[in-house]
Design a protein around this ligand. Structure first.
Ligand code: HEC
Ligand code: HEC
Length: 311
């Protein structure tokens, strides 16, 4: 054991030492060698020093009392960022100006405008419309808010009709029909009308009541004045061959899409007590959206609903 330690602790012949030395237990000195650094390492080290000095001269580097050394190139990250922001803002302003001058149809046809309108319209929708219509217009848990991603429209799915809905707002007026709620019909008549409404989607459980309801629908109750002779809604249906004002917004009762609900109790409640869906107006002086925002969100909603060209 002792011999091995002795050998290890002998200084190598000709190796320079730093002069530092410790004595170990056996009394042999423990010395610190001073080997030269590898050449490649040394030159790399010098190169980094040269690089740093050049960098200090060219670029902003050292803090000073009233700021920092600016560097002879005058380069500044802040300036670069500001320039990039200004360029982005200018590009956006250009697109906004273009969108403002184009008609809805023209903007929706131009691919660059369409992309711009879709992205800003999506942001407007998320901030203002999603609470009622759901994220992306898919509808919300609460009833009475139309889904905007389907082809089923109350007031119309054209660009013009959608813009009117958004800018001016909508108010769907379904009157109460039960005597006790201010209407003129008895509870039995409401039941008959409920059965007839169910029969429009082939779900009536009492055909005789449904037939009585049919007479009321196109007669005394006058439901057809708004929902149409076929019950297909104010947008598509007619009364005695005449079109219905599209602003009425009476839903199609023959499909599977329901605004307030398609089960027996909900249909009965709709007929008995009436409904009044309110879509706020976003345009005009009191409105919360600029004409440009309304344009963009119109194009966005139009694209959600399958991009209808006619009602
Ligand atoms: C406070 C809730 C609410 C908010 C917020 C709201 N809406 Fe509506 N929206 C409604 C209701 C309710 C209707 C249906 C009106 C009716 O029943 O007659 C409607 C109807 C519509 C229609 C017509 C749909 C059809 O079938 O014809 C469009 C289009 C529409 N909203 C778009 C929007 C857009 C875009 C925004 C955001 C700028 C928005 N809404 C914000 C409640 C809202
Ligand atoms: C003055 C026009 C008008 C008349 C008359 C009218 N409705 Fe309506 N009805 C509407 C409107 C508008 C709505 C949508 C209400 C809303 O936007 O919230 C509606 C909604 C409904 C709904 C709910 C549909 C759904 O999708 O949830 C039912 C059911 C209904 N009506 C049945 C009838 C029946 C039956 C009669 C006749 C007794 C009748 N309506 C008379 C305009 C009318």
């Amino acid at each position: 054991m002792a011999t091995r330690q002795q050998n290890q602790n002998q200084p190598q012949q000709g190796t320079p030492t730093t002069g530092h030395q410790w004595d170990n237990d056996e009394g042999y000195p423990l010395q610190e060698y001073n080997n030269p650094l590898p050449t490649w390492w040394l030159y790399t080290f010098y190169a980094t020093i040269v690089y740093a000095v050049i960098y200090w001269v060219l670029y902003p580097a050292w803090p000073t009392i009233n700021g920092f050394t600016k560097g002879v190139l005058g380069s500044s990250m802040y300036q670069e960022l500001a320039a990039e922001e200004a360029a982005a803002k200018a590009a956006r302003q250009g697109l906004e100006q273009q969108l403002a001058t184009l008609s809805l149809e023209e903007a929706a046809r131009d691919n660059r405008m369409l992309q711009f309108a879709l992205s800003s319209g999506k942001a407007v929708f998320g901030d203002n419309c999603a609470p009622c219509h759901g994220t992306g217009g898919v509808g919300s848990q609460a009833k009475g808010f139309p889904v905007l991603v389907d082809d089923d429209w109350l007031y119309g799915g054209t660009l013009a009709a959608i813009q009117e809905s958004i800018a001016k707002g909508r108010s769907g007026q379904m009157p109460a029909h039960l005597q006790a709620a201010g209407g003129s019909l008895s509870d039995d008549q409401i039941n008959d009308l409920t059965q007839f409404t169910l029969s429009l989607s082939q779900r009536a459980t009492d055909q005789v009541a449904a037939q009585r309801g049919q007479k009321l629908f196109g007669g005394e109750a006058g439901c057809n004045n708004c929902h149409g002779d076929q019950g297909k809604g104010s947008l598509r249906d007619t009364v005695a061959g005449q079109p219905i004002d599209h602003a009425v917004g009476a839903p199609n009762l023959t499909d599977k899409i329901w605004l307030h609900g398609g089960d027996v109790e909900t249909i009965k409640a709709s007929i008995a007590k009436g409904r009044n869906g309110q879509m706020p107006a976003w345009g005009g002086s009191a409105g919360r959206l600029s004409p440009l925002d309304i344009k963009a969100v119109t194009i966005y909603v139009h694209a959600l609903g399958g991009g209808q060209k006619s009602r």
